[in-house]
Design a protein. Structure first.
Length: 154
């Protein structure tokens, strides 16, 4: 059995509420899981948000997406999608161009180099995800997924 959050963070007082304990536990768990994935992204010279943008653009296909649409699909919020795209464009992983129908929109698309980086990362990330949660039963994972979605649906 895993250590309790209270023991991990060496807290001697009770949590102010069950809700506080649950949310702190959620943050602690997300941090523990994200550190390993970040190490994999780092090998490719990517931040987690850059990786997320590349995945979003790969899923968008040839049409690409504008900044606002990318921002709406991000797993974690990034207030400056433009700078994130600037860095990816300097590395040749994305390209940007004005939309043909609405010249005000700048469309971002993943390049072949961006697709290659993602292809190289697909297997290690999937293996990492499976290994991190391999100790849990499939039914428990499905239930956890449902609970997390319910927790976001305030």
């Amino acid at each position: 059995m895993s250590p309790k959050l209270k023991d991990e963070i060496k807290q001697s007082k009770p949590f102010p509420s069950l809700e506080s304990e649950v949310l702190l536990n959620l943050v602690r768990t997300a941090d523990a899981h994200s550190r390993g994935a970040e190490a994999i992204f780092k090998l490719a010279g990517l931040s987690p948000n850059q990786y997320n943008v590349l995945r979003i653009l790969r899923g968008a296909g040839e049409n690409g997406l504008c900044c606002r649409e990318i921002g709406e699909r991000m797993i974690t919020r990034d207030p400056d999608i433009t700078r994130l795209l600037d860095r990816l464009e300097r590395r040749g992983l994305v390209s940007r161009s004005r939309d043909r129908h609405d010249r005000r929109l700048i469309m971002a698309r993943i390049t072949d180099a961006g697709r290659k980086i993602l292809k190289d990362l697909d297997r290690p990330i999937e293996e990492y995800n499976r290994n991190r949660l391999s100790h849990m039963e499939k039914g428990d994972l499905r239930r956890l997924n449902e609970l997390l979605e319910a927790a976001r649906g305030t």
